[in-house]
Design a protein around this ligand. Structure first.
Ligand SMILES: [Zn+2]
Ligand SMILES: [Zn+2]
Ligand SMILES: [Zn+2]
Length: 341
């Protein structure tokens, strides 16, 4: 199974470290991306934008389109497009276990899609209108439902990279969806932690965090009727911020439609606060959701926002311990004092 061949004819593989149990994706297709292995400071590439209207042939055919039904002939015919990633980390192939002596892996089965959030060539969440974000949320919910119907997929990670330091290789605002046949290690760790707390306390640790932080008001950034934005007690990165639903809810797709607008507003506000506090900063937005099929009532979905102020270095990679140069209490106060829209 582990025979070597040229990168283009070899499909991606998921491999498990036999010592730590952590999964990695070996994906030769990714190496064909523009700028891969270019060790100079990352810059957004130039040339025609593959996500702008009129350039649809530069992406693979769309999986899902939200049409702009009232568009005039001069306007783009779509509001949101979901397309397969041209350089996928995983491919929709046959799922098959790989065993070789002490090593375990599986074929790199999965789905890697790009959600183009608007036909307008803008760069981030603060450039999107509330209506555009509502369209994005609607399309995202429908992709999550479609991926959930695929039994061999166990997890869907939704994330957004804004700015070259955050890993964005295309400027035009977009999110990515990666569905995997395994549960990622970060989520496994959160499931283990929430499950253990639930067994010991008959309550959810995230719910306890929400109550404690609102009562203390030291690391809170913004509180709305149904959501809390806060800097976590053990923030790994400067200005790391989480958005949590205040009411217990394991699964993001169970979020009622009536609360979408409120979630969009607190997210836009938070990004604006971050951009005011650290001008020009990029960021990653990551949705942490329950696995697709597992019954995990003790889990509590949330969004993590990680401004790209610094990259992990030797000690972080070597030890798994992050060194954060900004106290989350200070970060929260600065973000609170920054203006929201
Ligand atoms: Zn564009
Ligand atoms: Zn909870
Ligand atoms: Zn998380």
């Amino acid at each position: 199974m582990f025979s070597f061949s040229s990168k283009t004819e070899r499909n991606a593989e998921l491999r498990q470290d036999p010592i730590t149990g952590k999964w990695v994706i070996i994906s030769p297709q990714r190496a064909e991306r523009p700028q891969e292995f270019d060790t100079r400071p990352r810059r957004i590439r130039h040339g025609p934008c593959p996500f702008c209207p009129g350039n649809e042939e530069l992406t693979p055919p769309a999986t899902l389109i939200k049409p702009n039904v009232s568009a005039s002939p001069q306007e783009p015919s779509w509001k949101v497009r979901v397309v397969p990633n041209k350089y996928p980390a995983l491919v929709d192939s046959e799922d098959c276990a790989i065993e070789s002596g002490i090593y375990r892996g599986r074929t790199g089965l999965g789905v890697h899609e790009v959600l183009i959030e608007t036909p307008r060539h803008v760069q981030g969440i603060s450039d999107l209108t509330r209506e555009e974000m509502l369209d994005v949320l609607e399309v995202l919910m429908s992709r999550l439902a479609a991926l959930k119907s695929r039994e061999h997929l166990r997890y869907v990670m939704v994330f957004k990279n804004v700015g070259p330091l955050a890993g964005a290789s295309v400027e035009h605002t977009h999110s990515q969806i990666i569905a995997t046949p395994v549960i990622p290690p970060t989520i496994e760790a959160e499931l283990a932690g929430t499950g253990e707390f639930f067994r010991g306390h008959q309550s959810c640790i995230y719910c306890q965090i929400v109550q404690y932080e609102i009562a203390k008001a030291v690391r809170t950034v913004q509180i709305t009727p149904h959501f809390l934005a806060m800097c976590p007690f053990a923030a790994r990165f400067p200005y790391e911020t989480w958005i949590l639903p205040r009411q217990h809810n394991a699964r993001f797709s169970d979020l009622e439609r009536g609360l979408w607008g409120e979630l969009i507003q607190i997210t836009k506000d938070l990004i604006q606060r971050i951009e005011q506090t650290i001008p020009g900063v990029g960021y990653n937005v990551i949705l942490h959701d329950a696995p697709l099929h597992d019954d995990v009532p003790f889990y509590h979905w949330h969004i993590e926002i990680l401004p790209s102020t610094a990259r992990p270095a030797g000690f972080e990679w070597g030890s798994g311990v992050h060194i954060n140069s900004v106290f989350p209490e200070f970060a929260a106060r600065s973000l609170r004092e920054g203006q929201a829209s």
